[in-house]
Design a protein around this ligand. Structure first.
Ligand code: NDP
Ligand code: PYC
Length: 345
């Protein structure tokens, strides 16, 4: 494939260089090698798939979280079996990645026996996109759903004061001979990280993303981030989905809501600290002996979407992945690279 030209104001880095830089910064700030490797892997995957709000940019917030001091730098997650279809992993106030890695193995063992199983991750610092986790499950032939709160930055539809986190929800469906169907989005109009990137590059926001302190629409990133509130996607529908995520990944699993997470942060600007719920479904338990036929009917559904020119979620991401792998490099904004490298200072 033809290598893409490097955009003005960007620097080309190989994926290995991205991984090494993230790893070096995180370990320089005291994170254990095992956690730093796990985080560097999701950050590198984010850059590879051109998911910039959760790629290299996150090295800045992870470092801020480490400097804050509350995160356990060498936490060893503790697994507890809560029933035939439920496993909980206490992240012991470390970052979420290692807890998912150990918990997902048990989740997969359980779902093979029960048809439906859930993983609750508790007491973790959480900053990442959910699609790497969904992909890791779906490649074992199960459908999966993941949800997590964040910090209370988002106003409910009809209100103007922040209550919800940006609360992402991700879903994946395995497909034979094709990339899986995966969506992963914030239940706010957009992830907070995206608005932060708008602020860094001095761009005004599209309408509908946020309001000012009086609840009036605002297209100024700093106003929305620091004074007003973000908005849910789809009005009251996003508001209800966000409430569901607060409940299922908060009180249901004995963990914090986004408001509680923001309260304990106490202005430090660290990554949110709360729980996550992941649900896996094994299609073979649900198909009444028609597994192959049911899978083919799912394929017809996808064809009826793409057949009229609409795209599937993750299609852009998978295309970016192919491009990055073919090019052998990704493109990082110079200013971001400078900020990240300064953390080694
Ligand atoms: P988007 O609004 O860009 O939505 C992303 C999802 O929608 C992707 O699956 C994307 O696929 C798909 N999509 C986008 N455009 C289209 C289209 N035209 N047709 C079909 N599908 C489309 O991203 P968000 O800002 O909402 O979220 C970005 C990331 O932020 C997510 O990965 C999320 O997990 C993460 N996040 C994490 C939080 C946390 O607390 N840990 C909090 C909030 C967000 P594609 O990638 O192919 O474009
Ligand atoms: O971008 O909204 C966001 C976010 C919150 C926590 C991690 N990412």
């Amino acid at each position: 494939a033809q290598a893409s030209a490097v955009k003005p104001g960007h620097i080309a880095l190989t994926l290995d260089e991205v991984h090494q830089l993230a790893y070096r910064v995180l370990t320089h700030h005291g994170l254990s090698a095992e956690h730093a490797q796990a985080i560097a892997r999701v950050i590198t995957a984010g850059e590879r798939d051109e998911c910039h709000s959760h790629g290299m940019y996150r090295v800045l917030s992870c470092t801020r979280t480490l400097q804050h001091g509350a995160v356990a730098r060498d936490a060893i997650p503790v697994v507890s079996d809560r029933g035939p279809g439920v496993v909980a992993v206490d992240a012991q106030f470390g970052f979420s990645q290692l807890a998912f890695e150990v918990g997902s193995k048990v989740l997969l063992e359980k779902v093979r026996k029960t048809g439906i199983a859930a993983l609750a991750i508790n007491n973790c610092y959480h900053f990442s996109a959910l699609w790497p986790e969904i992909e890791a499950l779906v490649e074992h032939g199960v459908a999966a759903l993941a949800m997590t709160p964040s910090h209370a930055w988002v106003a409910p539809a009809g209100g103007s004061r922040p209550v919800f986190g940006t609360n992402p929800i991700a879903f994946g469906w395995p497909r034979a001979g094709a990339q899986p169907y995966v969506f992963d989005f914030a239940t706010s109009a957009v992830a907070r990280g995206e608005i932060e990137l708008y602020r860094r590059s001095g761009r005004t926001l599209p309408k509908g993303w946020g309001v000012d302190a009086k609840g009036s629409p605002s297209i100024d990133a700093a106003t929305v981030l620091d004074q007003g509130a973000m908005l849910t996607f789809g009005g009251y529908k996003g508001s209800a989905l966000s409430t569901m995520i607060e409940l299922l990944a908060g009180p249901l699993i004995g963990d914090m809501t986004s408001a509680e997470s923001l309260r304990i942060d106490d202005g430090a600007g660290a990554s949110p600290r709360h729980g996550e719920i992941v649900i896996a479904l094994d299609p073979r338990f649900f198909s009444a002996g028609n597994f192959i036929e049911d899978r083919q009917r799912a394929e017809k559904l996808f064809e009826s979407i793409t057949g009229q020119g609409a795209r599937l979620p993750s299609q852009r991401r998978f295309a970016a992945r192919s491009r990055s792998l073919a090019n052998g490099y990704v493109q990082i904004p110079e200013a971001l690279l400078r900020d990240v490298q300064q953390l080694l200072g």
